[in-house]
Design a protein around this ligand. Structure first.
Ligand SMILES: Nc1nc2c(ncn2[C@@H]2O[C@H](COP(=O)(O)OP(=O)(O)OP(=O)(O)O)[C@@H](O)[C@H]2O)c(=O)[nH]1
Ligand SMILES: [Mg+2]
Length: 416
């Protein structure tokens, strides 16, 4: 994974942290690219050798940002990884931010140097960040979508209100606790913006990290065997369709141990266990519906998707074959192309999760709104792009001079 800018770097750092914590098999290699030294410094998990700092040129406004990122440096890090270990390269970033333009530029370089598929994982900005950020995001999607093997989107705007409520409650609880311990010097409360970003990032990592691991586990031994195996190749083939990729994820706690061996349970008539089987099946179906309809990374109409991938994760005894078949049938009828499905048994888990990836989604209402801002910048007081994207600037990076193109879509607002 290659993170660009504040959002992208925080995301890949969390992906790596999650990967290191989740067991013995490593699925993620992370590289962070930024022009903000402090932001890079704050990353906790990515080793210093994988943090690439590119000096900004000292310009103040977003629209004047001129890239100094040297693609060859990123590529040499990627080429340092054993090629057999790379299933795909995933570029991460926050749409609307400056560094995403560098991600787009890097793709062409990767294509000429490497053969692995290149995916994007990008966040959509909140409306409150202003029309300029939205317009920039729209223009960036337009430039990224055609050059990637797949573009996974996560809508900050959709998830922000839910996360904010949770974070505010936690903040409130913390300050109440501090008031109670009034005799102690209060520790500074964590920054609410940072907490919200961290929560949003956790939502992203939980969804997508599971997919990475499902593919890896079935290939390499050591895990509980899956009933229906998904491998990394299958995951990639399904999501490698033109159009966008969304990832729905719903989770529910389950009773650990699963089987109830109490005397009362053993004396129960057989119809009770039929009832339990029904409950397990309908719990899985409900989770699947929630994943698509309420907890998708970006809301969209599932029938506009080309392919889909269904993954059930959790303790095997909490899964239901009937539930699995029902979900499969529903998704089969909903999408137009291929559906792949599998399970990822995690014996020790206290949760059952359903992940539904929709790929090749052609229209997403939120993206259409961003496009229309990018296409009609004049109506919002946004200056139209002044650069054709073909211009270059010569930058000296110590090792010599590099010819660097000026970002292609420098939309700017008179007043942000
Ligand atoms: N989910 C999530 N979104 C973020 C995070 N940080 C920023 N964003 C979003 O991403 C957009 C781009 O922000 P950054 O990634 O900080 O921007 P940048 O690429 O570093 O570019 P500059 O603005 O030039 O510093 C913001 O407008 C937010 O919408 C994060 O940690 N998580
Ligand atoms: Mg930044």
């Amino acid at each position: 994974m290659v993170g660009f800018g504040g959002a992208g770097c925080r995301l890949v750092d969390l992906f790596l942290e999650n990967d290191l914590r989740s067991g013995t098999i490593r699925c993620v290699n992370a590289i962070a690219v930024d022009k903000n030294a402090e932001s890079l410094e704050n990353l906790k998990t990515i080793p210093a050798s994988q943090k690439l700092y590119f000096h900004p040129l000292g310009l103040t406004h977003q629209e004047e940002y001129i890239s100094t990122v040297v693609p060859e440096e990123v590529i040499s890090r990627l080429q340092g990884i054993d090629p057999g270990d790379i299933d795909a390269i995933v570029l991460c970033g926050g749409l609307g931010g400056g560094l995403v333009d560098d991600a787009a530029r890097l793709v062409a370089h990767i294509r000429s140097a490497m053969i692995e598929p290149v995916f994007g994982l990008f966040t959509l900005p909140c409306t409150a960040e202003g029309p300029a950020a939205s317009a920039r995001a729209g223009a960036q999607i337009r430039s990224l979508k055609p050059i990637l093997d797949g573009l996974i989107l996560f809508d900050n705007e959709f998830w922000y209100p839910r996360v904010r409520e949770k974070v505010e409650l936690r903040q409130e609880a913390l300050s109440t606790q501090q008031r109670r311990l009034a005799f102690q010097k209060p520790a500074p409360l964590p920054d609410i913006r940072e907490m919200i970003y961290r929560e949003l990032n956790m939502l992203i990592v939980r969804r997508i990290g599971l997919l990475f691991r499902a593919g890896e586990f079935s290939e390499k031994s050591g895990a509980e065997p899956a009933e229906v195996v998904l491998d990394a190749g299958e995951v990639l083939n399904t999501i490698r369709a033109s159009g966008f990729i969304t990832v729905g994820y719903a989770v529910e706690p389950v009773v650990q141990g699963g089987v109830d061996l109490s005397p009362r349970a053993l004396l129960r008539p057989a119809s009770v266990s039929v009832d339990e089987a029904y409950k397990k099946a309908s719990r899985m179906v409900d989770l699947a519906k929630r994943a698509v309809q309420e907890e998708n990374s970006v809301p969209c109409d599932p029938s506009s998707a080309r392919n889909a991938l269904v993954l059930i994760a959790g303790p095997t005894q909490e899964m239901s074959m009937k539930g699995y078949m029902t979900i499969r049938k529903w998704i089969d009828r909903t999408v137009q192309g291929e559906v792949r499905a599998g399970d990822y048994p995690v014996k020790s888990s206290r949760f059952l999760a359903v992940v539904i990836v929709l790929a090749g989604v052609e229209t997403i209402p939120r993206v259409e709104a961003l496009y229309s801002l990018a296409d009609h910048p004049g109506s919002l007081g946004i200056r139209p792009p002044q650069s054709t994207g073909d211009e270059t600037v010569i930058v000296s990076d110590g090792a010599g001079e590099t010819n660097i193109p000026i970002p292609g879509s420098p939309l700017s607002l008179e007043k942000e």
